[in-house]
Design a protein around this ligand. Structure first.
Ligand SMILES: [Zn+2]
Length: 423
């Protein structure tokens, strides 16, 4: 009931629908939300989004009960492919990276919006994915992150269809792989660096629950570092360089790094390992290191310090023992998410704020690490929006999604998608 009252309030009092404003080319930016609300086909799409929400929630559950661990998104991808086909998208296919891609042509090829949600979850193979529902609350691993995003994306396609919305530009919908963890944004990297290189004018990802808009992409570099040597008996072979000692030297240096508070830049040695026994000089010692920043220059700077620390520790340990049992180091980059941001005053952020406001929703600008990092780092306009509702426990087995008024999230996604097809 609350929802219906809300709906009426923002649709009444706007006077006669004037679709001519759109035909005349409403500019993106500050007023696009209110302008679009006056378009009859957009109104119809929004109404459809609201009416259809129970089915969107059913889809959210259905998709969520198909496992999609990192690098094993195939089965869920097939389900999305069928959904894209059923909803009438054109050129539906699964690309080389495993992304499901489908096109909704507009009057022109550009502006070309890519509207995405990620398929993968953080949960390993074998995790029970059955969901439970109690009233408005649905529980299950991945139900918000990112089954909500996938369901909202299907809801947007359906709503545009119901409203017979003819967008000026074209929308490519993508259910992409590899957003989480070691997936390392490979799905979106493939879109921007290969399959759709140079063709994308703007990018929206729907990720998780709530109503925020992420415009700052926190970048991260992750490494696995291994010091290696011949190893030997702790007494008999004493005098050999020691990989664990080298690792200790490196960690001591990293622990003393000075980093800026603003932009927030961080470092962490997250895991260490190695050695064979208390009375052996190890033949290997390793660590996993994570560094992050919302600013690419700061990330590069802490990254450079890290490399120096690793090399210095190696040189010091080798020198300490006069080159006996000389060590080597292997430094593997296991995660590379570039930092980036879409300026607050940019048309895409203004459009996101405008449509959020037009629907009477709270406006909040966030920082995060999402698929939008890739376009942001390439200076292509991008935001990640939440999919509505209220979520908790993301990345845990107890994840839940409260669908109270979640249709507002679907409506916001519809409005933003339409807005970004306008010049
Ligand atoms: Zn996510």
């Amino acid at each position: 009931m609350y929802g219906e009252g809300r709906m009426r309030r923002f649709l009444s009092g706007l006077g006669v629908a004037v679709c001519a404003v759109l035909a005349a080319g409403a500019q993106g930016g500050a007023d696009i939300g209110q302008t679009l609300l006056q378009d009859p086909s957009v109104k119809a799409a929004l109404e459809a989004a609201r009416q259809n929400e129970p089915r969107i929630l059913d889809e959210q559950v259905r998709v969520c009960e198909i496992p999609a661990p990192e690098f094993k998104e195939g089965e869920r991808a097939q389900a999305l492919k069928r959904a894209f086909e059923t909803l009438g998208l054109k050129n539906v296919q699964i690309d080389k990276a495993g992304n499901v891609v489908g096109v909704r042509p507009g009057l022109a090829a550009h502006p070309h919006l890519v509207f995405a949600a990620h398929l993968d979850t953080v949960f390993p193979e074998g995790t029970p994915v059955k969901t439970t529902r109690e009233g408005a609350v649905i529980k299950g691993p991945g139900i918000g992150d990112d089954c909500r995003g996938l369901a909202v994306m299907l809801g947007v396609i359906h709503a545009l269809d119901e409203g017979k919305v003819q967008t000026p530009g074209t929308i490519t919908f993508v259910a992409n792989v590899g957003e989480e963890g070691l997936g390392d944004l490979r799905g979106v990297k493939h879109l921007f660096n290969e399959s759709m290189k140079g063709q994308i004018d703007s990018f929206v990802s729907v990720d998780g629950s709530g109503y925020g808009v992420t415009r700052v992409g926190v970048g991260s570099h992750r490494y696995r570092v291994s010091y290696k040597g011949p190893g030997g008996h702790s007494y008999g072979a004493f005098g050999l360089a020691n990989p664990i000692h080298a690792l200790g030297r490196a960690i001591a240096k990293i622990a003393d790094f000075q980093v800026p508070k603003e932009p927030k830049t961080t470092f962490n040695v997250g895991r260490i390992g190695g050695g064979t026994s208390v009375n052996s000089i190890a033949y290997e010692a390793w660590m996993e290191v994570d560094m992050r920043s919302a600013d690419d220059a700061s990330l590069q700077s802490v990254d450079a310090k890290f490399h120096k620390a690793v090399e210095q520790a190696l040189a010091e340990e080798n020198e300490r023992w006069g080159g006996q049992g000389r060590l080597t180091v292997v430094n593997d980059l296991v995660g590379d998410r570039p930092a980036g941001n879409t300026p607050e005053g940019s048309p895409i952020v203004q459009a996101a704020v405008s449509v959020t406001r037009a629907l009477g929703l709270p406006v909040g600008l966030d920082t995060g690490s999402t698929d939008s990092n890739i376009p942001m780092s390439l200076h292509i306009p991008a935001v990640t929006i939440d999919g509505g509702g209220r979520g908790s426990g993301a990345h845990s087995l107890g994840e839940s999604f409260d669908s109270t008024d979640s249709w507002k999230g679907t409506q916001r996604a519809v409005l933003l998608a339409v807005a970004l097809t306008h010049k």
